[in-house]
Design a protein around this ligand. Structure first.
Ligand SMILES: [Zn+2]
Length: 124
């Protein structure tokens, strides 16, 4: 013993809050594979996936953070998905309408056939 305890409490070194610059990839779902790089001089922020190679570039301002570029990428992905869904729904509807148009054309023909059968019975 004899050692005097320092009155000063050892303060944990304050770690600078590091901005999160790695995200999950919306394309291949690789966790933390997407890294963002911000070029404030060119006002361009880029996110790219180190696994599948997908990348997205967005215009940024001086206050932009990596997550902003990533969020813009996700928004763009969702928008593209929505457009694709709308397109699919439209095609599906067109196909259904085409089938509907074809069906009534067959029905009158069957009625005609029935009439013809009746006529055959009468003539017999
Ligand atoms: Zn990916």
């Amino acid at each position: 013993m004899g050692k005097r305890k320092s009155s000063k409490k050892p303060v944990a070194k304050k770690v600078k809050p590091k901005l999160d610059t790695s995200f999950n990839c919306p394309f291949c779902n690789a966790a933390g594979a997407v890294h963002a790089t911000l070029d404030f001089d060119a006002e361009r922020g880029k996110v790219s996936c180190g696994v599948c190679g997908e990348e997205f570039v967005s215009i940024i301002d001086r206050l932009a953070e990596p997550v902003d570029v990533y969020a813009a990428w996700i928004d763009a992905c969702e928008e593209a998905n929505n457009e694709r869904n709308v397109q699919q729904e439209r095609e599906e509807q067109q196909r259904r309408e085409r089938e509907r148009d074809e069906r009534p054309r067959q029905r009158p023909r069957r009625e005609e056939e029935e009439e013809e059968e009746e006529e055959d019975e009468e003539s017999r």
